[in-house]
Structures are given as C-alpha cells and as structure tokens.
Design a binder for this molecule. Structure first.
Ligand SMILES: [Zn+2]
Length: 445
C-alpha cells in the first residue's frame, strides 16, 4: 500500500522510527543490558549521589552481568531531585546541555531536568513512535494544547508530531474559544492535552453550538494526569473520537515513556530507552508478574541526567501476554492511581480516580467534580461537589434529590465511607487549562 492509499483508507503507513517496537525479545533484552551497563557506568563516574549510593550497597557498575542484577542497584526518588536542586544530578557539563525543563512541585522548589542534543533526539524519537502507535501519520493536523514552557508536555508533543511529518498547531493551553475556532476552521484531526482540559473544551464547544463529533477530529492523545477508563468511554462517545492514554514524567524524559496502541489494552513502554520494573512500594521487592505495584523506571540512554531505578509513585501492573498489534514492547495497565494523589479519610485510603469512576457510573451528570476535604469537630469530612447538566438543573426538585441520592450511594459503596454530595449549578466549578486539581484539602486551613 503506498502512502496515498494508506491515508485514504485511514490506515497509518508504517513509520520507520517504529522499527524498535517490533524487536524480537532476545535482541531487545541484549540491547537493554548493553545500554544499562553503560548508563550505570556514566551515573557512577559523573554523579556523586549515584556513586555514593552504589558504594553504600557495595556495588560497582562492573557487577551488572544480567538485567536481573538491576535489582541490586539503589532507588532514586523525587526527594533526591529536590535535595540536589538545581543541577546536582546532571551527568553532563553545561556546555553539552541544550535544554532545561522543570516540573512544579506541590511545595517549594521545582525539580529541574536536563537534555543533551542526543537526549532531545531520543525524546523526539519516542514521541514520534508514540504518535505512530496510536495511528497518527503525515497528513494529520495536530492541535497541541499542552502548555509550552518549562512543562515538558508542549515541546515534547511538538517535536514528536513534527518529527512524524504531521502538521502541528502550537496553540498551547488556554484561550478555549480560540481553540474551538481553530479546531473547526483548520480541520484538526488530532488533539493533545490533558483529559480534564478536553472535557472543558467539549463543554465550551457545546455552548458555542459546535458539535465536536461532527468535526474531522478523530484522535485525542491525553496525558499528564491520571484518568479512568470510564472517562475515556465518556470522551469517546461525546466527541466521536478515539482517546489514547500517553504516559511520561519529567524526571525520566517527559511524555513518550509509553502509550496505548490502537488495541487500547495497556500502554506499551518504549523499553529500548526506559527499563520498567514494578515493585511492592513497602518492601521495594519486585512483585510477581501481573501483580499491581509501583512503577520504577531506569533511563537506558539519557546522557545529561541518567535516572537509576526512579520510583515514579505511579501504581500499575504489567499486562501479561502479547499484544495483537504485534509490538514486542511490554505493556503496563493505564495508571489511574498515583500514590501521591491518595488521601486518607477516617483511616480509609481514597484515590480521586475511585470518585471519578463512581460518579461516571451514574447517569445524568457531567464529569466535572471537585473533592473537598474538611475537618469538623476533629473529624475528617469528604465532600464531593458535582456539576449537574443544564437539563437536570432545570428539573423538578424531586429529580435533583433522586440524583443526589444516587450519587451519594454510588460514592459510599465505592469508597466504603460516608460522603457528602453537593450538586452545583452548571459552569460553577473551576476549569483546568492544564492539570486538574481534583482535591482541595482544607483540613489544616
Ligand atoms: Zn499493542
């Protein structure tokens, strides 16, 4: 099939950059071991923190004889990035570094990451492969609504889409009315943004009487925040698109660590550059294949800032078996929980994703919600504010009461604790233009 035929039938032509996705497992493992040994050597010789940690454990780079030996290496954590702020984990001199990015922490200083020219090329290549994996190709018009700047989302997606040969619209986040105008007038076929921002776009489009489902838009590449499968189904039905989950984190490279293929059955990890492990977060030991645990990633090619066994705090599991798409890259389950997002209410662990799943199971509501934690008379309270849709808002009081009871019931059942539900008018909750802040913790206010 030539490219023109492929485009007219909607099938994506083979992207040469995707070749490593299909390496036979034995060759991939050999490639990983070679890269692991050289990156550990680099971390040892150039980064004092990595060297001293390895010495504490009595390990030297030469001890790595097989991929399994990685388990003897020490972990790296977000605290290590903060403690060595800003440049303490760099393995390259500044003259070799062509880019800095940073991610805002919840408190205090950001974490800073660096890229050599080669690192930017690798990042671009995994982003090209990411887009190719979910069926994008030259001829696609990509609206990149991730924020450009220190955040890795914007430039990561930009380089990837351009590298793929697609047409990039670098619109960045915000200015929602203009986003909708551009989507319609420029005949956009793919959009990249956070899932919460896309929901906001859909709402605003409806107000502007633009039916997104009737536009040429066919693919959404959503990431930078955890989201659930229920939300995916909602988005796909409302917008008439396929919605794919892309995964990455600034500490490792940015977006492009993994992505779903068209089978939507887990995210393929670009294992030739990122070595994944899943551990028990309490013991630090590997979990059995298929069991849930914390994802740990080692960068196999990053020059400016190699990360050895970085603890992502993201909870997932390997998907067993091979993928019908033919990629040999291992898959992880989509990440809907981040241990950083977890909060504890009256001794019960709660993740925002559980709230989202419970809410979406009840009909007659928009997936706009806000979780508010308060303390009354020394007791933690969980309130979920839910926006009702305009038709529901104009319903009789009895209908609202019935919806309220359904939501309260669904939440209490899912979370195993009593939840206060408050229905609020359409368009009253704050909309995110980037990462949604789902939880407002006012317990110590
Ligand atoms: Zn696949």
């Amino acid at each position: 099939m030539n490219t023109v035929t492929a485009l007219s039938t909607g099938a994506a032509p083979f992207q040469p950059e995707s070749a490593p996705d299909y390496l036979p497992a034995a060759i991939l493992r050999e490639l990983q071991l070679g890269r692991l040994r050289s990156i550990v050597e680099r971390a040892w010789s150039a980064v004092p923190l990595h060297r001293s940690r390895m010495k504490e454990r009595g390990i030297e780079p030469g001890d790595l004889q097989s991929l399994e030996d990685i388990a003897a290496l020490p972990f790296t954590t977000k605290a290590d990035l903060r403690d060595t702020y800003p440049f303490g984990l760099f393995a390259s001199p500044m003259r070799d570094i062509v880019r800095l990015h940073a991610s805002s922490g919840t408190t205090g200083k950001p974490i800073v990451v660096a890229y050599t020219r080669e690192d930017v090329d690798v990042w671009t290549s995994v982003m090209v492969r990411s887009f190719a994996t979910c069926g994008l190709h030259a001829g696609d018009i990509v609206q990149n609504a991730y924020g450009y700047g220190l955040f890795t989302g914007g430039l990561g997606a930009h380089y990837g889409a351009e590298g793929l040969g697609a047409t990039v619209i670098p619109i960045s986040g915000g200015n929602t009315d203009r986003q909708i105008m551009v989507m319609k007038d420029f005949k956009v076929t793919a959009i990249c943004c956070t899932p919460s921002y896309f929901l906001h776009l859909l709402d605003r489009a409806a107000q502007m009487e633009v039916n997104v489902a009737e536009l040429p838009l066919r693919v959404g590449v959503f990431g930078a925040e955890p989201w659930t499968d229920s939300l995916r189904r909602h988005i796909e039905a409302a917008a008439g698109i396929k919605a794919y989950d892309i995964y990455g984190l600034t500490e490792i490279t940015g977006p492009g660590v993994g992505i779903e293929c068209v089978c939507q059955a887990g995210l393929h990890i670009f294992e030739d550059h990122f070595y994944p492990e899943i551990i028990d977060p309490d013991t630090g030991r590997l979990v059995a294949e298929g069991e849930e645990g914390e994802l740990v990633l080692t960068t196999l090619s990053k020059q400016a800032m190699p990360m050895i066994r970085y603890r992502t705090r993201d909870i997932t599991a390997f998907v067993p078996g091979s993928c019908p798409c033919g990629r040999t890259l291992r898959r992880i389950r989509r990440i809907s929980r981040r241990s950083d997002d977890m909060f504890i209410i009256r001794g019960v662990n709660v993740f925002p994703s559980q709230v989202e799943t419970a809410l979406l199971a009840v009909e007659g509501m928009l997936p706009h919600y806000q979780i508010i934690l308060t303390r009354e008379a020394g007791l933690d309270q969980l309130e979920v504010q839910v926006e009702v849709t305009p038709p529901v808002a104009s319903d009789r009081v009895a209908a609202l009461e019935s919806l309220h009871n359904k939501l309260a019931h669904a939440l209490s059942q899912t979370l195993g604790l009593r939840v206060k539900v408050r229905l609020v008018a359409p368009q009253t909750l704050k909309r995110s233009e980037g990462k949604a802040q789902r939880v407002l913790d006012r317990r110590n206010a």
